[in-house]
Every structure is written in structure tokens, then in C-alpha cells.
Design a protein around this ligand. Structure first.
Ligand code: NDP
Length: 309
């Protein structure tokens, strides 16, 4: 495995195994996203994870264009992800949502387009419902949202399509959809030493769906994202720190490497220069079997992102 390693997707495309996360809490000025993305590309990230909901696509797009203009990359060298926010969860709004992102980014296409959250803002009896099997029937528009994503791929606006924050049952609803043309290539979910996603990973592997992990470093502990003030700080975990110290690495590098060795694609967000670089230095060492077992044993099925919104 090296910094330029990719994982194959079920539609024939490939995704770089490490990606740069662009989300930051509202308290960060948006200009930081531009500076950090530019730096990330400069130091070697070729996979950028963005979303309409992060409200920084214009800044991320500007950073990418700067690095294209100065000859660091060509557009085709970069793997760019965008996500459909749930305010566009109507089949006729899907392409409009995508176009908003493409316009903000000033891009002709995305490499990967995900349904950001499995939420359907269909109002039934005055209540907002989620995409849950029991509530679904074929008259609800959700089944057509993925179809509208397929049309975005057919129109050449995105190279691959997938989902995010889906559980097994919600993935099955897509996989069993009548007339499904393209399987989701990935499921981007929270995953780290405290949430190892063992069962979901197995299901994804069995169905040729790549698991992409976010909040691998314990998230930015953003309260608007639902992170409780008192929850444990992942990078301060004593076992993680013990391993890192023994092998001469940082806890962040060990946390990233642990997931890479489980065949998971990882995202890492930092707006700090030395940490942007540090998080990419995860390809010149390997964790032994015992260390992998110790890290695996840290699982608590604990989520940082409660997504109260
Ligand atoms: P991460 O788990 O990547 O952690 C980010 C935090 O860790 C920041 O506070 C950062 O601080 C700090 N940090 C980064 N590197 C280091 C290091 N080497 N040592 C110590 N601290 C470090 O957080 P995210 O939750 O943001 O996840 C990453 C990305 O995943 C997001 O940016 C986004 O692209 C995606 N994501 C997707 C979601 C979805 O619903 N699909 C939900 C959440 C995230 P600093 O910046 O100051 O360096």
C-alpha cells in the first residue's frame, strides 16, 4: 500500500485509499477550507471529500483550480466526492442539487456522488419520517432518488454513485430496488477504533461495496454535529497512545493505519499544515497482528456524530 494506492469500485472506477476531509464546524472561517485543500493537494492527497452541506464548495473548488493552474495536478488526477443534501430528496431535485455543487466547485463532473443521509423529508401525518423499511412503500419518492442519481451518472455528470450513513437495512432497500441499474459503489460512514463497524463492513464486503470511514480521528467534536462534551477523546486513548509511542508514530497515524489494514478507505480532516502532512505518512509502516487485535478490542460501538439536525 502506498499514498497512490486505490481500491476498485464495483462500477470499474477506482478510489484512492486515503482522502482529505473538508468539513469544519461553523466557527471556522470558510477561507480555511481553501487554504487547507490547496495544501493537501500540494503534499499529495488526490482524494477530496466534500459536500453541499459543508457550505464551502466554492472555496474547495478554488483550491483545486489553483493546483490545476499551477501544474500540480490535472483534473483527472483528482478524485472528488460530493453529496446530495436531503433538501434535494425529490427525484426532480437530484440533478439540480448536483448542479448547485458543480457550479460552486466550478467543475464539469464529480468522481463520486453520494446520498448524504438516509433521510426522507416526506411529511406524513405532520411528522418527518426517516427511510425505514416499515414505513416505505413504492409510492414514496425515495426509491426514485437513487434512480435519479443513476441518471446523473448516465449524463456524465458523475463517474460513480453511492450512499452515506446507510445501515444494512437501508442498503438492502437500494440493492433490492426493482430495475436497479448501478449498485452503490460505497457507503461512507462513521468508523474508528471506538466504532469498528464489523457487521456493516462484512455486509459491504459481501456486496462489493467499499466502506469509506469518516471521523477516524475522533471528529472535530462539533457540538452542532451532536458530539457530547463529555465523550472520550479518541486520540487520547491510552492503548492507541501506547502503540503509537512504541512504534514511533502518532496516535492519528495509528488510527488511520488500523482502518487501512482492514481494507477500509479513510478520510482525515485537518486544517493544520503539520497534521495535514502527518496524516498522509501512514504508508511506511505496518501494524502487527497483536496491535491490530488490541485496537479492535477498543470497540465500544460509540458514535461521535449524533446528527441532531
Ligand atoms: P476527523 O476524525 O478527521 O478529525 C478532525 C479533527 O481532528 C480536527 O479537529 C483536526 O484538527 C484534528 N486532527 C486532524 N489530524 C490530527 C492529528 N494528526 N493529530 C491530532 N489531531 C488531528 O473528523 P471529521 O469528522 O471531520 O471527518 C473527516 C471528514 O469526513 C470530514 O471532513 C468530511 O469530509 C467527512 N465526513 C462525512 C460525514 C458524512 O455524513 N458523510 C460526517 C462527518 C465527516 P485540525 O483541523 O485543527 O488539525
Amino acid at each position: 500500500m502506498s499514498v497512490s494506492s486505490h481500491t476498485s469500485l464495483n462500477d470499474g472506477n477506482r478510489i484512492p485509499v486515503i482522502g482529505f476531509g473538508t468539513y469544519a464546524p461553523e466557527t471556522y472561517p470558510k477561507s480555511k477550507a481553501e487554504e487547507a485543500t490547496e495544501l493537501a493537494i500540494k503534499v499529495g492527497y488526490r482524494h477530496i471529500d466534500g459536500a453541499y452541506m459543508y457550505s464551502n464548495e466554492a472555496e474547495v473548488g478554488r483550491a483545486i483550480h489553483k493546483k490545476i493552474s499551477d501544474g500540480t495536478i490535472r483534473r483527472e488526477d483528482l478524485f472528488l466526492t460530493g453529496k446530495l443534501w436531503c433538501t434535494f430528496h425529490r427525484p426532480n431535485l437530484v440533478q439540480k442539487g448536483l448542479q448547485r455543487s458543480l457550479e460552486a466547485l466550478n467543475m464539469k463532473y464529480l468522481d463520486l456522488f453520494l446520498i448524504h443521509v438516509p433521510v426522507e423529508f416526506q411529511v406524513i401525518s405532520g411528522k418527518q419520517i426517516s427511510w425505514d423499511g416499515a414505513l416505505l412503500n413504492s409510492s414514496l419518492p425515495f426509491r426514485n432518488i437513487f434512480q435519479a442519481m443513476e441518471q446523473c451518472k448516465d449524463a456524465g455528470l458523475v463517474k460513480s454513485i453511492g450512499v452515506s450513513n446507510f445501515n444494512r437495512r437501508q442498503l438492502e432497500l437500494i440493492l433490492k430496488k426493482r430495475g436497479l441499474k448501478y449498485k452503490p459503489v460505497c457507503n461512507q460512514v462513521e468508523c474508528h477504533v471506538y466504532l469498528n463497524q464489523e457487521k456493516l463492513l462484512k455486509f459491504c464486503n459481501e456486496n462489493d461495496i467499499v466502506l469509506v470511514a469518516y471521523s477516524v480521528l475522533g471528529s472535530s467534536r462539533d457540538v452542532t454535529f451532536g458530539v457530547a462534551v463529555g465523550c472520550p477523546v479518541l486520540l487520547e486513548d491510552p492503548v492507541l497512545n501506547g502503540i503509537a509511542q512504541r512504534i514511533g508514530r502518532t496516535p492519528a497515524q495509528v488510527a488511520l493505519r488500523y482502518l487501512l489494514q482492514r481494507g477500509i478507505v479513510v478520510l482525515a480532516k485537518s486544517y493544520t499544515e503539520h497534521r495535514i502532512k502527518e496524516n498522509l505518512q501512514v504508508f511506511d509502516f505496518q501494524l502487527g497482528e497483536e496491535d491490530m487485535k488490541s485496537l479492535y478490542a477498543l470497540n465500544k460501538n460509540m458514535r461521535y456524530g449524533k446528527m441532531p439536525m
